[in-house]
Design a protein around this ligand. Structure first.
Ligand code: NIG
Length: 397
């Protein structure tokens, strides 16, 4: 294997357990892996040396919540919302119609384009959900296409009940034939547990069937109002509950309790349910921001994700999410970066592979066109992403 030294880094924020910042630093890569990190003055020899031009380095983003398999445009819905209309999830049906009409070729190209956009913005590990098929053939087709492009696929057949179906009949279909057909392509299953989507009993049925099929679990919960989503996610040992806008004390206590056997200092033990905050979605739907600060203070592990989708959050910019979390959710810059890297990795169960810069981990590294990672929030809205390395290879920039 040949070694590459990335040197002349103004600083490295590792996002490891100690949240180390190393000034005037370098990273040594061997093949796909990081084999050394430290001060540039002490760097070992390498086969190739890259001069980073005094840029800052941090882990590639781990985007743990997106809905990228779609066709069509919902800008009119967005405009109406900005003029005062509420988001009520009904637009999912509009995207479903457009997506069902798209060929495999078109859907794959659209998805490839979105994945490339995410990578160019520093995302080196990407999840997507299905959920705009809402039928056996379509959900299976979307899962299959997604599995050829992104790192992980989450089955979200339980996104909305199609208008021409009875809710219970559709839930039974999701838990039976649909689950069986998507199973070869997906790692997780999800359910939108919300008034207007799936009830507590139906969500419980989806989670039970998905668990029995050997899938990891997650829940869209407490997005549009208080509800049972968070408690269900914790009860089922879900890897994440996503949105978490409307939480009461019992929800926060339940989430914190799920982390009682986790040692944050050494990042070891039994992982609980990650609370995934989606600030770009909160802004685009004018919902109260998820209480990221309160969750962290209560001892809950949080993730930040883009929720890129055509209805509620049409951006894959994790840098935007980080800046918003700092400016509006009152996270520190380093806390926000950890949530958008290690937090996402925890939510996807890949924290031993990606999510921080540590010896032995995959060399997923983004360089910023800035001298420190603080610039991510200090210069919000600016595209600061420089060269991006994925598994040790220059992949964008
Ligand atoms: O995460 N909450 C449900 N699903 C998406 C929205 C999908 C849509 O409106 O198209 C979300 O916000």
């Amino acid at each position: 294997m040949s070694t590459t030294l990335i040197t002349n880094l103004s600083e490295i924020f590792t996002a490891d357990a100690t949240q180390t910042v190393i000034k005037d630093a370098a990273i040594l890569i061997d093949g796909e892996k990081i084999v050394w990190i430290g001060e540039a003055a002490e760097a070992p020899e390498a086969d190739e040396t890259i001069d980073a031009g005094h840029r800052a380095a941090l882990p590639g983003w781990v985007d743990s919540h997106t809905h990228l398999v779609f066709a069509g445009d919902r800008s009119q819905e967005f405009v109406a919302r900005m003029a005062g209309q509420d988001y009520a999830a009904g637009g999912i049906a509009v995207t479903t119609a457009a997506t069902r009409a798209a060929s495999d070729y078109d859907l794959t190209r659209l998805l490839l384009g979105r994945a490339a956009e995410a990578l160019a913005g520093g995302t080196t590990y990407l999840e997507t959900k299905t959920g705009y098929g809402l039928g056996v053939e379509e959900e299976a087709r979307h899962a299959r296409i997604a599995s050829t492009v992104v790192d992980q696929v989450t089955f979200l057949g339980a996104h909305l009940v199609p208008a021409d179906m009875d809710a219970q009949d559709y839930t039974d279909l999701v838990c039976g034939e649909m689950l069986e057909r998507v199973r070869p392509y997906v790692q997780f299953a999800d359910v939108f547990c919300e008034r207007g989507a799936f009830s507590e009993a139906q969500s419980r049925q989806v989670l039970t069937a998905s668990r029995d099929a050997g899938l990891g679990l997650r829940v869209h919960g407490n997005q549009l109002g208080p509800g049972p989503g968070v408690q269900l996610a914790v009860e089922f040992g879900a890897a994440s509950v996503d949105h978490v806008n409307y939480l009461d004390e019992a929800d926060v206590t339940a989430l914190a309790g799920s982390w009682k056997n986790w040692d944050a200092g050494s990042r070891s033990g039994t992982a609980g349910t990650v609370a995934t905050c989606l600030p770009a979605c909160d802004l685009s739907t004018r919902q109260p921001l998820a209480p990221g600060r309160e969750l962290l203070d209560a001892g809950v592990q949080i993730a930040l994700a883009s929720n890129c989708n055509p209805g509620t959050s049409y951006t894959s910019s994790m840098a935007f999410c980080v800046a918003t979390a700092v400016l509006q959710m009152h996270l520190g810059i380093e806390e926000a970066i950890v949530a958008a890297t290690y937090g996402g990795a925890l939510a996807l169960g890949v924290q031993d592979l990606v999510g921080s810069l540590e010896v032995g981990k995959r060399a997923d590294i983004q360089l910023l066109n800035a001298p420190s990672v603080a610039h991510l929030a200090y210069r919000p809205g600016m595209n600061l992403t420089g060269p991006v390395f994925r598994a040790g290879t220059l992949a964008a920039g």
